[in-house]
Design a protein around this ligand. Structure first.
Ligand code: FA5
Length: 349
């Protein structure tokens, strides 16, 4: 090869390199980068053509041009890789900047607005009424010790009353999802000295075949008053005042039926006059009365087991189905809607 020819080749390589670097500097995204990569180092790109031309050169020229071409290929490949990394880095930085300025509270027109579950509404209302009546709201665990859920409530092992509440048992011995909120009575009495005015709301679990009014998980509310000379009169007055406040009905009446709960004596079940009609409707099934829950005067054994002297103190306990009250208050005809997670149902509240 003549010296002229030789330097001509060198100039072409240099021009290719300069051209590639100039255009690479203007690349803005991955698509443009891939197009440029194909143009220079692709199978039919500039570099491939220069390689083809190499075949036509003399041995001496090949010795000079071969390594120069290889060097060019290496430089270009590295430059393209570096650009790819740079673009990726930019993309990540843009994403991070977008995420840091994302306003989760911004209103998006047409988006679905969340709302409180009816259970949250009723818990707030129930607790506010009870607080206004001087009750302290307490909490207890949903996974409870067997002795608190049963024994301390005068329901010993093998007592037939355990059959009243079909229980879910855990594989961990002596622990169970509580079957009623009466367990919280015990915790409240064990941890405090009378006089006591306590109330709790929360989930309970029973192994039930579900239907429109029975679920395997439902909510109860428990109200407890312990002091000197507490009688059924205090129970009725409290229950009536509470229900009148909840249903905003001063005329609301209560009636009782004798019943049996091992932790109260006497035990009774309470019905309230239907807050929706005076002559009978579908809610009260034409009877004008609606069953509310169980109640009674706390059994002396239960007071004693919680460290309270039954000779000195007496008390009442009143436990009712909060989920049933939600259904009544909002006219919900099937208890299972409440945890169905159906948006059409939930957005009504
Ligand atoms: C009890 O659970 C007693 N602990 C109540 C009590 C407290 C009595 C204090 C005496 C003193 P009972 O099993 O009846 O009682 O349940 C009370 C209320 O919970 C029922 O009236 C009903 O409204 C509701 N309830 C019971 N089982 C279910 C269920 N599977 N689904 C929905 N609500 C239920």
């Amino acid at each position: 090869m003549s010296p002229i020819n030789h330097s001509l080749q060198q100039t072409r390589l240099q021009e290719t390199l300069t051209n590639a670097f100039e255009r690479l500097a203007r690349i803005k995204n991955q698509t443009e980068l891939e197009a440029l990569r194909a143009e220079f180092i692709g199978r039919q790109g500039v570099l491939a053509r220069l390689m083809d031309e190499l075949k036509t050169l003399s041995l001496e020229e090949k010795r000079v041009q071969g390594p120069a071409l290889n060097e060019l290929k290496k430089t270009l490949t590295e430059a393209f890789t570096a650009k790819e990394v740079e673009l990726l880095q930019q993309l990540l930085e843009q994403k991070a900047a977008r995420a840091s300025s994302f306003d989760v509270t911004a209103y998006r027109p047409g988006s679905l607005q969340g709302s409180l579950h009816p259970a949250s509404h009723i818990i707030e209302e129930v607790e506010n009424i009870l607080i206004s009546m001087g009750y302290e709201i307490i909490d207890g665990p949903e996974i409870e010790r067997e002795e608190i859920n049963f024994e301390a409530l005068n329901i010993p092992k093998n007592h037939p009353a355990r059959d009243l509440q079909d229980t879910f048992w855990l594989t961990i011995p002596h622990l169970l999802p509580r079957t009623h909120t009466s367990s919280v009575q015990i915790r409240g009495m064990q941890q405090r000295q009378p006089p006591l005015a306590l109330a709790t709301t929360g989930r309970c679990y029973r192994q039930e075949a579900t239907d429109a009014s029975h679920d395997f998980v439902f909510m109860q509310c428990e109200i407890l008053l312990v002091d000197k000379k507490i009688s059924l009169a205090n129970l009725f007055a409290t229950a009536k005042l509470f229900l009148q406040g909840l249903f905003k009905q001063e005329k609301l009446e209560l009636r009782i039926r004798p019943s049996y709960f091992p932790f109260v004596e006497p035990g009774l079940e309470m019905d309230m006059s239907c807050p929706f009609c005076s002559t009978g409707c579908s809610v009260c099934k034409k009877s004008r009365w609606i069953e509310i829950g169980g109640a009674g005067l706390i059994h002396p054994h239960v007071l004693k087991a919680s460290g309270i002297n039954p000779e000195e103190y007496s008390g009442f306990a009143f436990g009712f189905g909060l989920t049933r009250l939600i259904m009544l208050k909002y006219g919900i005809d099937d208890i299972r809607h409440l945890h169905s997670s159906k948006v059409d149902f939930l957005k009504q509240f």
